[in-house]
Structures are given as structure tokens and as C-alpha cells.
Design a protein around this ligand. Structure first.
Ligand code: ZN
Length: 283
């Protein structure tokens, strides 16, 4: 099983996690820029963080045979802090970089006017830099947040096929499906979405435009839940090829729209997972 985790915050994980992920078949990841727990008080903190997402973290991942790309944005939560707003002016310099494959995470946290403004401005940047967009949906009032998200996406002029709306569940998936956007699911140990629930969603809505991630952020999370979802799919009767589509080819297709996804020369590190038959190559 070869796995591309399309949304995982490796900054908050240890080298033990990288080792376990490689052993489980994870060959590639995308790490979206987001908040760091402690609120940041000035744009310089973001610049250093963005630099680590395109410099240090890819190096760390590479030591375990995992290819690392990033998405860059001012996240919805910190878009509400006037001290962080100037980060929007920093973005163009990062959106030009090779390892940056989308604008994100953008979208809504509390659905404030400030978030509206930052969301629209960053969708415009995605259009300008010809990058896909990764959109976070709020954890509270998710149905209304998703509806509003889809309206703002439609208004922005970005093609729906270049947008993933993430952190979906049974209630929000259909609207995103019908809008033509990609559907993202964060699989967590206890909250939000589990492997068995994910399998039911795949049965009902099909495998096209579906992205499964572990998010693996500061809360209780598990970077191996992509693998667990693949196993749950197989147990439910999906084929190896179905699993490969959801866990590898879909994220490659979505982020490949950036023209910057580099999956060449992936080493053999992940091929040793016992009992697996990981296919080589990519892109
Ligand atoms: Zn995230």
C-alpha cells in the first residue's frame, strides 16, 4: 500500500512518527500552514515558520524516504488578529516557491468579517498564482460554514476542481460533491471521522475527488490512520486498486494541478512494510 497523506502537520510530530509512517507505506505528504497553538504576535514568526515548511521539514521527511510538500497561507484562526494581517503581504514570495503546491489552509474558523476578507483575498492569490486551494471548514456550525465556504469559492472564480474542502463529514459531503470540489476527510482517533465511517462515505459517494488525511495536529491524532483507512477499505471489499486511487492517485492528481509536485526518485524505504505490495514510482 503506497500512501500520500494530503494534509498532515508534521511540525507537531516526532521522528518516531516519520519512521512509523514510512514503515506503514507513507511515501509523500503535504503539510499545510496552520496555527501553532501559541498565538503568533507578528509576521516575522510566520516567515520563519513558512521557511521551515519549505526547508527544514522536507529535509527531515527526506531522511525517512518521504517526499514533503507544503501549502502556504494565513490560517482562518489567526486571520482575526490584526497583528497577523500583514502576513497576507508575505504570501506572494512563498507562493512562487517550488515546494509549495497550494494556497492553504484558508477558509473559516468563527466566520467573522475578518475571515471573509482573508479567505477571498487568498482565493484570489490562488487564481493569480495558478495554484489549487486547500479550504478548512469550521469545527463548530460545520453545515453553515461549509455552505458559506462553497458560496465564497463560487464567487472567487477559481475552478471548483482546483479546490479541496476539508474536514468533511456525513452531513457536509454531499454539498461539496455537488459543487464539483474535492472532498477532504481528516481521520481522527476519537472525533470528527473514523476509518469505518470513512468507508461508508466512500461506498455512498464513490472514490472520485476523495482525499483522506490524518491531519495529525496538536490534538489527539494519529499519523497512521491513512493506513488504517486503507485496511478498512480492503476489509469492506474494496480492491487494492481502489485503495491506491484514494490514498495515492487522488492526491497526486489534486496537487499535480500545481505543476510542482515532485515524486521522482522516491527511495525504497517504504517498500519493506511486511505483507504489503507497494507499487513503485508515482506522478
Ligand atoms: Zn490542518
Amino acid at each position: 500500500m503506497r500512501i500520500f497523506d494530503p494534509h498532515i502537520h508534521m511540525t507537531s510530530r516526532t521522528t518516531d512518527d516519520y519512521r512509523a509512517m514510512a514503515a506503514a507505506g507513507v511515501r509523500a505528504v503535504v503539510e499545510p500552514a496552520f496555527w501553532l497553538g501559541q498565538p503568533r504576535t507578528n509576521p516575522g514568526s510566520f516567515a520563519d515558520y513558512f521557511d521551515s515548511l519549505i526547508g527544514w521539514e522536507p529535509y527531515r521527511a527526506g531522511q525517512f524516504g518521504i517526499r514533503h510538500h507544503a501549502t502556504i497561507a494565513l490560517n482562518p484562526k489567526e486571520a482575526n488578529d490584526p497583528r497577523c494581517r500583514p502576513v497576507l503581504d508575505l504570501l506572494p514570495r512563498y507562493l512562487d516557491k517550488d515546494g509549495v503546491v497550494a494556497v492553504g489552509e484558508i477558509g473559516y474558523d468563527s466566520m467573522t468579517p475578518e475571515e471573509d476578507e482573508a479567505f477571498a483575498a487568498q482565493l484570489a492569490l490562488a487564481v493569480e498564482y495558478e495554484l489549487p486551494a486547500l479550504v478548512h471548514t469550521p469545527h463548530r456550525d460545520k453545515a453553515r460554514g461549509t455552505e458559506r465556504t462553497l458560496a465564497v469559492v463560487a464567487e472567487s472564480g477559481i475552478g471548483p476542481g482546483r479546490v479541496v474542502v476539508d474536514h468533511l463529514n456525513e452531513v457536509t459531503v454531499a454539498a461539496v460533491h455537488d459543487a464539483g470540489c474535492w472532498m477532504g476527510f481528516s481521520i481522527y482517533p476519537e472525533t470528527k471521522m473514523s476509518p469505518p465511517r470513512m468507508v461508508e462515505i466512500l461506498k455512498e459517494h464513490g472514490l472520485d475527488r476523495m482525499l483522506v488525511n490524518s491531519a495529525a495536529d496538536w490534538g489527539h491524532s494519529d499519523p497512521l490512520l491513512t493506513r488504517a483507512t486503507g485496511e478498512a477499505m480492503l476489509a469492506a471489499g474494496f480492491s487494492d486498486d481502489d485503495v491506491d486511487k484514494v490514498l495515492w492517485r487522488n492526491p497526486v492528481e489534486f496537487y499535480g494541478q500545481s505543476g510542482r509536485l515532485d515524486l521522482s526518485d522516491l527511495g525504497p524505504a517504504a517498500d519493506t512494510f511486511e505483507g504489503s505490495s507497494i507499487k513503485r514510482g508515482g506522478s
